[in-house]
Design a binder for this molecule. Structure first.
Ligand SMILES: Cc1cc2nc3c(=O)[nH]c(=O)nc-3n(C[C@H](O)[C@H](O)[C@H](O)COP(=O)(O)OP(=O)(O)OC[C@H]3O[C@@H](n4cnc5c(N)ncnc54)[C@H](O)[C@@H]3O)c2cc1C
Length: 317
């Protein structure tokens, strides 16, 4: 029996939910890219998640987390170890007045819709952002209309030693598309409390609708992508820099710099992680040559891709 088959057998006997072996990551990422992960667990209840993390720590099995896969580039060769998905275990939203306690497996779209229906402001800036609340908390997802970090009161997580901890907002160091959670890949975020503000329900709904319409006009939503690939450097729009460097429409295999939005790389069919990574390196190089600005990825590079990016860009970091 292979290591993965043995792990999956043990995990099945101790947790609720499903446990899959050699699960293709392309089925769980919006770019539709990525090879098999040894074992993927979809725990049924929150305590199942905690048990899996502690089991991985005891056995020294590598582990990582996935929300809805809308901000990741997964390697063609797949991932080693155990990948934990936060849905369905942590898919809950509980409003108490102007506060909401939300599980990290809940969808951002549902949170935005439920807050709008209750006439609560604070998360409408996330309208149209795909993904889970967990991914949003880690990435400090948002738009010019606002980021999730500014509404966070606290988050509960399991740390690298398997202990549950509560961190208050100031400890999370929220900044543009950045948080302390990103620098702690062994932390599994379980739930968060958000503080919202009473507002006018019809005005909130109008802002949400306008945001969705704007996206439909300006973003290549008909092709698989992970949204913006690079962060906006201070004082600049990454898309503008990429366009000015002549990268719009640039191709590598099935990956292409979108004609519609230069900071998006789309999968036009059969793109590999190597195609996307190669294109990212080329775009960064061209922008650097033209403007002297080194773009930083916004999307998360999983497994060995992070090191490949680091090596390819080290000389000009
Ligand atoms: C069409 C499109 C449009 C987009 N537009 C926007 C936008 O306007 N603004 C914006 O900010 N982003 C945007 N994005 C990017 C993406 O939707 C966000 O970053 C989103 O918050 C990611 O959530 P996710 O659940 O998909 O995270 P994933 O991609 O699954 O994970 C992202 C990272 O978070 C980690 N993670 C996820 N959940 C947890 C958890 N519970 N505990 C610990 N770590 C966790 C993962 O390990 C990974 O490192 C867009 C993406 C697409 C495809």
């Amino acid at each position: 029996m292979t290591g993965a088959a043995r792990w999956s057998e043990e995990l099945r006997s101790m947790v609720g939910g499903s446990v899959k072996v050699n699960e293709p990551l392309r089925d769980h990422t919006t770019l539709q890219i990525g090879g098999p992960v040894d074992v993927m667990v979809f725990p049924a209840r929150p305590d199942d998640l905690v048990r899996v993390v502690r089991w991985c720590l005891d056995r020294r099995v590598p582990y990582s987390f996935l929300g809805f896969g809308s901000n990741v580039l997964a390697p063609d060769e797949g991932l080693e170890g155990v990948l934990l998905r936060t849905k369905p275990a942590l898919d809950f939203i509980r409003f108490e007045g102007t506060r909401v306690v939300v599980g990290t497996g809940a969808s951002v779209a549902r949170l935005v819709a439920q807050a709008a229906a209750r006439g609560l402001e604070g998360v409408e800036g996330l309208a149209g952002v795909p993904g889970s609340v967990g991914g949003a908390l880690v990435m400090n997802a948002g738009t010019r209309m606002g980021e999730i970090g500014r509404s966070v009161v606290w988050v509960d997580l399991i740390d690298e030693a398997g202990r549950t901890r509560r961190l208050e907002a100031p400890e999370l160091e929220y900044a543009y598309r950045s948080s302390r959670l990103q620098r702690e890949p062994r932390w599994l975020v379980l739930q968060a409390e958000l503080r919202l503000v009473p507002g006018d329900p019809s005005a909130i709904r109008r802002r949400v609708d306008e945001a969705l319409q704007y996206r439909n006009r300006t973003q290549p939503l008909h092709l698989p992508s992970a949204g913006s690939v690079f962060k906006n450097p201070p004082g600049h729009a990454a898309g503008r820099l990429i366009e000015e460097a002549g990268c719009k429409g640039l191709r590598r295999g099935g990956a292409q710099v979108s004609e519609q939005h230069a900071n998006w790389i789309v999968n036009t069919g059969g793109a590999t992680a190597e195609d996307v990574l190669g294109l990212m390196i080329e775009v960064r190089q061209r922008v650097l040559q033209r403007s002297g600005i080194a773009l930083e990825p916004e999307i998360r590079l999983l497994g060995p891709l992070r090191e490949r990016w680091r090596r390819a860009t080290a000389a000009t970091a």
